[in-house]
Design a protein around this ligand. Structure first.
Ligand code: ADP
Ligand code: MG
Length: 210
């Protein structure tokens, strides 16, 4: 479902980051490993269409991302991709449920209350449905971010360093939960991490060199 060839990217005035070629099949959960600064976040942002202007080719569900206009790319992302950012990017003025309802709205899909309530229950957030996200613990907020990324039933779920702030126990819990909910939602999980604790959880690995 994703195939890259000779992809490279340059931030203005910075050195060129060249990425190895890889392909990821549907359902093939994948770890993107590498030291801090090796380009994991950059690569996730390129594959998910958040960052434009790369050289080479990225095929994603039969589309070459370079050929899509900015608004086509927004639509493509909204339809097919869920993203869990390193910082959770929740809207702090809204409640848990309102944050989840925003995802279909932005994708111009009908908001599916059943789906939202399924995810809230699944992630142990039913009691926090009407809580302002400002009042949630870090772990709860992270689960809201996971739920939000899954609301639109994306084909691919990207997660950028989802365990970096967690102790060993919660690290385990979050990875297992991510894998379970990704499988239930038939989403392919692509996770960037420098966290060695995660290494044995997913066998397909792409290792970036600094
Ligand atoms: P990782 O996620 O593996 O830590 P990044 O993709 O964040 O790596 O960074 C790769 C390289 O690109 C680093 O050298 C970093 O300093 C640089 N970089 C990242 N984001 C920006 C940016 N917005 N502007 C300029 N350089 C950046
Ligand atoms: Mg990063």
């Amino acid at each position: 479902m994703i195939e890259t060839q000779s992809v490279s990217f340059q931030y203005p005035g910075d050195k060129i980051i060249a990425f190895q070629d890889f392909s990821i099949k549907k359902g093939e959960h994948t770890l993107l490993l590498g030291e801090s600064g090796s380009g994991k976040t950059t690569l996730l942002h390129l594959i998910s269409g958040l960052l434009r202007g790369y050289k080479g080719s990225i095929h994603f569900l039969q589309q070459e991302l370079n050929t899509l206009s900015e608004s086509q790319l927004d639509q493509f992302r909204a339809q097919h991709i869920g993203f869990i950012f390193q910082k959770n990017h929740l809207i702090s003025a809204l409640t848990t449920e309102q944050n989840l309802m925003l995802a279909p709205y932005l994708a111009t899909k009908k908001s599916d209350k059943e789906r939202i309530h399924y995810l809230l229950n699944r992630l142990g957030l039913e009691k926090k449905k009407n809580a302002n996200v400002k009042t949630l613990s870090q772990g709860q907020a992270q689960r809201v971010a996971i739920a939000r990324a899954l609301v639109n039933q994306p084909a691919v779920l990207f997660a950028d360093e989802p365990t970096s702030a967690l102790d060993d126990k919660n690290c385990d819990v979050v990875i297992d939960l991510l894998l379970e909910v990704a499988n239930e939602s038939k989403a392919t999980l692509i996770m960037a991490t420098h966290d060695q604790r995660v290494k044995n959880k997913i066998s397909k690995q792409i290792i970036l060199n600094s």
